[in-house]
Design a protein around this ligand. Structure first.
Ligand SMILES: Nc1ncnc2c1ncn2[C@@H]1O[C@H](COP(=O)(O)OP(=O)(O)OP(=O)(O)O)[C@@H](O)[C@H]1O
Length: 298
C-alpha cells in the first residue's frame, strides 16, 4: 500500500489547455520539476517498473484485440496510452486491474506482474486488486449517495477505518488530495450527483484514492469536461503521481504531452512504439507514430 503523505500544493505554473500542435514538445513543467519528462525506459536512469507486462494478448471470442503487449509501467510516473480508435488502449488498461474478467467472452493470456507479483494468479483476491489498482472512467459516475458516502463506501467495505472519526479523516484526506475539499466541506451530506461535471470527476478520483491504491487507471477522464475542468484534472494528475502510479488513456495528444512522462502508441492491437513522452512527440522512430501525432490518421 502506498504511504499516506500530506496533500501536495498545486504546481506553481497553471496547466494550459488547447496547446497548439507545435507546443506538443513542451509538457508543462512546474517550478519544482514536477511534470518534467523523466521516464527513460532504455536509459541509464531507468525508473523502477511498477507493472511489467509480457506477451499480453486479449481475445474477445475468437477475435484477437491485443497481439502480445510487452511493456513496463514506471512507478510514480504518468504513462499515457495513445492511438487511433479501436487500437486497444482501453482493452490494455482493463488488463491492469482485471476488469476484462467482467466482460463475457474476453480472455487474457500472457503475464502481468505488479511489484513482481502475478496479478492473474488464481490465489489473488480480485476485489483487493481493484482497490490496489483504482479506476476512473470517461464519464464521472458518482454513486447516488451523499458526497461523504461516495468516499466512505470503499474504506468501509475494505475495513480501513476502525472508528467513525477515522473514516471521517479518510474522507477529508481523500477530498483534499483530489483538490475538492474546500468546495464541498460544507455540503458533505448533499448528493454527489449534484456537483458539476469536473467536481464529480474529482469526487471519483477521491473515491479511488480513499482505498489507498498504488496505481490509478484513467480512461479518458477529461473527455466529458470543459477546458477549465480539464485543466484542473490535469493539474491534479501531476500532483497525484508523487504518491501513485498513473496510467491514462487519452485521445488528446496535447494532454498526453502535458501530463505524462512516458507514452505508449498503440495501433491495431500492437504496441508500436513507447518511450519518454518528449521523445515520442519530438522524435518518433516509427512512421505510424509520426503519422498519428502529426494528425495524418486517427
Ligand atoms: N466488449 C467487447 N467485445 C468485443 N469486442 C470488443 C469489446 N471491447 C472492445 N472490443 C474490440 O477490441 C478492439 C479494441 O477496442 P478498445 O476499446 O480497447 O480500443 P480503444 O483504443 O480503447 O478505442 P477507443 O479509443 O475508440 O475507445 C476493437 O476492435 C473493439 O471493437
Amino acid at each position: 500500500m502506498s504511504a499516506q503523505a500530506e496533500p501536495k500544493q498545486p504546481p506553481s505554473s497553471p496547466v494550459e489547455t488547447g496547446t497548439a500542435m507545435t507546443d506538443l514538445t513542451k509538457p508543462v513543467v512546474a517550478a519544482d520539476g514536477a511534470g518534467a519528462p523523466s521516464a527513460q525506459p532504455h536509459g541509464a536512469n531507468r525508473v523502477e517498473p511498477k507493472v511489467t507486462t509480457t506477451d499480453v494478448k486479449v481475445f474477445y471470442g475468437s477475435s484477437e484485440a491485443l497481439h502480445g503487449i510487452q511493456t513496463e509501467i514506471p512507478a510514480n510516473q504518468v504513462t499515457a496510452l495513445i492511438g487511433p480508435s479501436g487500437c486497444g488502449k482501453s482493452t490494455f488498461l482493463r488488463c491492469l486491474n482485471r476488469m476484462n474478467d467482467t466482460i463475457e467472452g474476453a480472455r487474457v493470456t500472457g503475464k502481468i506482474l505488479m511489484d513482481g507479483e502475478d496479478i492473474y494468479d488464481k490465489s489473488l483476491d480480485v476485489v483487493l486488486l481493484r482497490a490496489r489498482v483504482g479506476m476512473v472512467f470517461q464519464k464521472p459516475n458518482p454513486f447516488p449517495k451523499s458526497i461523504f458516502e461516495n468516499i466512505a463506501y470503499g474504506p468501509r467495505i475494505h475495513g480501513l477505518a476502525k472508528s467513525k472519526g477515522e473514516l471521517a479523516d479518510i474522507v477529508e484526506r481523500s477530498l483534499k488530495r483530489a483538490g475538492l475539499w474546500d468546495e464541498v466541506k460544507d455540503r458533505l451530506k448533499e448528493p454527489g450527483t449534484g456537483l458539476s461535471g469536473g467536481q464529480q470527476q474529482r469526487l471519483c478520483i477521491a473515491r479511488a484514492i480513499a482505498v489507498s491504491p498504488e496505481v490509478i487507471l484513467m480512461d479518458e477522464p477529461c473527455s466529458a469536461l470543459d477546458p477549465i475542468a480539464t485543466a484542473r484534472i490535469e493539474e491534479l494528475i501531476d500532483e497525484l503521481r508523487r504518491n501513485y502510479t498513473i496510467v491514462i488513456v487519452t485521445h488528446s495528444m496535447q494532454q498526453a504531452a502535458r501530463v505524462s512522462q512516458k507514452t505508449c502508441f498503440f495501433h491495431l492491437g500492437d504496441l508500436v512504439e513507447e518511450g519518454d513522452t518528449d521523445q515520442i512527440f519530438t522524435n518518433p522512430r516509427d512512421k505510424r507514430t509520426q503519422d498519428y501525432i502529426t494528425g495524418r490518421f486517427g
